[in-house]
Write a protein that binds this ligand. Structure first.
Ligand SMILES: Cc1cc2nc3c(=O)[nH]c(=O)nc-3n(C[C@H](O)[C@H](O)[C@H](O)COP(=O)(O)OP(=O)(O)OC[C@H]3O[C@@H](n4cnc5c(N)ncnc54)[C@H](O)[C@@H]3O)c2cc1C
Length: 465
């Protein structure tokens, strides 16, 4: 057990007595670091942070917040765009110390504790030449990512993270630990695959693995903005015929000060095609050849690289500590009208680090029926995501307004629907769009497993029915 009591008095002292992991309260060592989120906009101060060391701590935490009527926030990797993995007052259940990963290479299975980050999961599974769908930034938490859906370079070939998610250990609202899989608590298991953190605290994720790499063809091509229209026309034709192994993102940002970009263009709007092919190198070279020949870019860096390297391509551009605001929606086609609107807004991108991109769906993502898991968006061609990114708190309102106006302009060409993992904190009104026809069943399952809505620090599904 613990060496010394860290919380000498107050209600959190009794929690400290009941748990193995440290309980941090304001003004004590480690609290300030532990409370911080990836998105600097959510600068909040929980009443206490419990850094759980195992299932027993998570169970105690749930019982404790019930007994004391506290607000509960839960954190896996802390990358929530909506700031739900922190709170002012209340208890933050921080799972980041629970980082165990077990890989069974013969069975092609992985068991992950809820503090595991995408990069660590990739590292452990690639030791056996295996991988499972993981987000495209290595600091993202496997927990929040998997519970909402989970896209990435492997999704068109092997399905979303929810499609590779085969069982879970879950601490429910009563503080009990249950196993959820197709035979045990099957409704709960269905809801966990896309319903977010609404149904309990997951303490173990079982995921299927597939042979990947270890070398793949991947990289990026960086164009001046004046080639973006032609680039998008090329892209939509190219992607329409792409195999499930190939994922390409058309990406807009202000060009960084890299040596390979002429200095006069630094800070100017730019256009990128970011690509990864997860099939054989031979197939990749053949399929990616048009991408290697298209246009007159500043820089073409698509080549053989490690899958691990490909998974880290975006890391440098997504550091923690910036202020961010996210807006997202789905598209069935990249119409001429959508391209016009996109170029109008990305040609005057606000914020030095803001980004907008399309992520192709299709392949294995779209072969799963919309009702098979709680994640319903199985028939769209693209997910469109806009992240406004800035540093000065005084810019909060103007940046959010700019992102909202950009989003609304794009909505005229969109299919409707939104990916729950990309929603912001002021978008509760879009929940019916996030879960579509599955929303009703999710409310009923919520009523069975969490009738008092203890787990409401999330994109919340209210108990219903
Ligand atoms: C830089 C960046 C890149 C991204 N790239 C991708 C991508 O490529 N593909 C993609 O699909 N998404 C991507 N996302 C979105 C990402 O999937 C979500 O932000 C996700 O919620 C992050 O998970 P987390 O564990 O880090 O978040 P957290 O902030 O810790 O949690 C997010 C939500 O999940 C809940 N939660 C966390 N852990 C648990 C648990 N164990 N049990 C129950 N509830 C829990 C939290 O309470 C919160 O409501 C990206 C996000 C960022 C910021």
């Amino acid at each position: 057990m613990k060496e010394a009591t860290r919380v000498p008095e107050g209600i959190f002292a009794t929690l400290d007595d009941r748990t193995r992991g440290p309980v941090l309260i304001p003004d004590t060592s480690g609290f300030d670091e532990a409370r911080r989120c990836w998105n600097a906009r959510f600068d909040r101060s929980p009443g206490a942070i419990l850094r759980c060391r195992g299932n027993a701590d998570v169970m105690e935490a749930v019982r404790f917040v019930r007994e004391h009527g506290l607000f509960l926030a839960v954190r896996g990797g802390g990358h929530d765009f909506a700031g739900h993995s922190t709170t002012d007052g209340g208890l933050l259940v921080d799972l980041s110390l629970m980082q165990g990963i077990r890989i069974d290479p013969a069975a092609r299975r992985a068991w992950l504790q809820p503090g595991v980050l995408v990069g660590a999961f990739d590292h452990e599974s690639q030791a056996f030449g295996l991988a499972s769908t993981g987000g495209t930034v290595s600091g993202v938490g496997v927990a929040g990512y998997t519970l909402g859906g989970g896209t990435g370079y492997l999704a068109r070939r092997h399905g979303l993270a929810v499609d590779t998610f085969t069982s879970a250990d879950v601490v429910t609202a009563s503080g009990e630990l249950v196993r959820a899989d197709p035979s045990n608590h099957p409704d709960l298991f269905w809801a966990l695959r896309g319903g977010g953190g609404n149904f309990g605290i997951v303490t173990s994720f079982e995921r299927t693995l597939h042979p990947v790499g270890p070398e793949i063809m991947a990289g990026q091509v960086i164009f001046p903005f004046d080639q973006a229209r032609e680039g998008l026309h090329f892209y939509r034709e190219f992607m329409a015929g792409a195999s499930d192994d190939l994922t390409v993102y058309p990406f807009f940002l202000r060009l960084p000060p890299l040596d390979v970009i002429p200095s006069g263009h630094h800070g100017e709007p730019g256009f990128l095609l970011v690509a990864a092919h997860v099939g054989s190198l031979e197939a990749a070279r053949e399929e990616m050849a048009p991408l290697l020949e298209f246009g007159d870019p500043f820089f073409r860096a698509v080549d053989v690289m490690s899958y691990l390297g490909a998974q880290q391509m975006f890391d440098a551009g997504m550091p923690a500590g910036q202020r961010r605001y996210s807006k997202a929606q789905y598209f069935d086609e990249l119409s001429d009208g959508a391209i016009d609107t996109l170029l109008e807004w990305t040609g005057a991108m606000e914020g030095p680090f803001s980004a907008a991109y399309f992520e192709p769906m299709g392949g294995a993502i779209n072969r799963v029926p919309a009702h098979a898991t709680a994640f319903p968006h199985r028939d769209h061609a693209y997910s469109f995501h806009l992240v406004a990114d800035w540093t000065d708190p005084a810019e909060d309102d103007p940046m959010r307004e700019w992102a909202g106006a950009f989003h609304d302009a794009m909505a005229e060409h969109a299919a409707g629907g939104v990916y729950v993992n990309l929603l912001s904190e002021d978008e509760g009104h879009r929940h019916p769009e996030a879960w579509m026809a599955n929303h009703g069943r999710l409310g009923e399952i919520k009523a069975r497993y969490d009738p008092d809505n203890l787990f409401r620090g999330n994109q919340n599904i209210e108990p219903s029915g």
